[in-house]
Write a protein that binds this ligand. Structure first.
Ligand code: DX5
Ligand code: ZN
Length: 217
């Protein structure tokens, strides 16, 4: 099993000083940062676009884990790849060419991920598993940080872990929403390896201590 990877979500960072929030993640020795992109259609909220990602890329070498919450993600994979995304995740729920978009992300030199909302059954993602680097199981309804973890999603995480093992695949299993040390421990027991944490990381009194504790879950 992969060691637990803590991925702070900049959604909970300081949006007047995003570069400082990225620098904090780097300073505590973490390798990945999660960038939430929202379009006001797929989710009822807005964040930022490729221009901001490109600006952050100029001062950071972190792995940029870009989570597209968009109705038409296929239109935006190229600008985000050019902006410096390392991995781009797209949701299953909207209708577009999922297989073609995942392949395009890889062709652009990025890793690709597939995301499921809480109410989307694991079976819908199952045909795509051979062509993804990461499956992101949303543990809240996407759109806002600071929501409560939904424990009912644990069996879905375990289902992806079973398929991964049975088929000898190597995709990461990422969880996002309401993740703190306690809920991450539960997800870890279901074989998740990649943990997005917004509020719990950026609101921690001691982010370095939080990251150190996280490494031991
Ligand atoms: C929610 C986003 C999350 C968000 C998580 O739509 O996808 O990445 O930042 O925030 P917390 O960790 O506060 O639940
Ligand atoms: Zn996210």
């Amino acid at each position: 099993m992969l060691p637990p990877l803590l991925v702070p979500s900049i959604l909970a960072g300081d949006h007047a000083r995003l570069a400082d929030s990225v620098a904090l993640v780097e300073r505590v020795g973490l390798r990945w940062i999660h960038l939430d992109i929202m379009d006001g259609h797929f989710v009822p909220n807005l964040t930022f676009g490729p221009g901001t990602v490109a600006a952050l890329r100029r001062s950071s070498r972190l792995f940029f884990d870009v989570h597209l919450m968009l109705d038409e993600p296929q239109r935006y994979v190229e600008p985000f790849a050019e902006a410096g995304a390392s991995l781009i995740s797209v949701h299953l729920e909207p209708s577009y060419d999922h297989t073609g978009t995942l392949a395009r992300i890889r062709q652009l030199g990025c890793q690709c991920g597939l995301v499921l909302n809480p109410d989307t059954p694991a079976a819908v993602a199952e045909p795509f598993l051979g062509g993804v680097d990461l499956v992101l199981v949303m543990t809240v309804q996407p759109g806002f940080g600071g929501q409560s973890f939904r424990r009912a999603l644990l069996p879905k995480i375990a289902q992806f872990a079973d398929w991964r093992r049975e088929r000898g695949l190597a995709f990461r299993i990422e969880v996002d929403g309401g993740i703190d040390l306690a809920t991450a421990t539960e997800c870890r027991a279901a074989d998740a390896d990649t943990f997005v944490a917004g509020t719990s990381f950026f609101d921690a009194a001691d982010p370095a201590g939080f990251a150190a504790a996280f490494a031991k879950i």
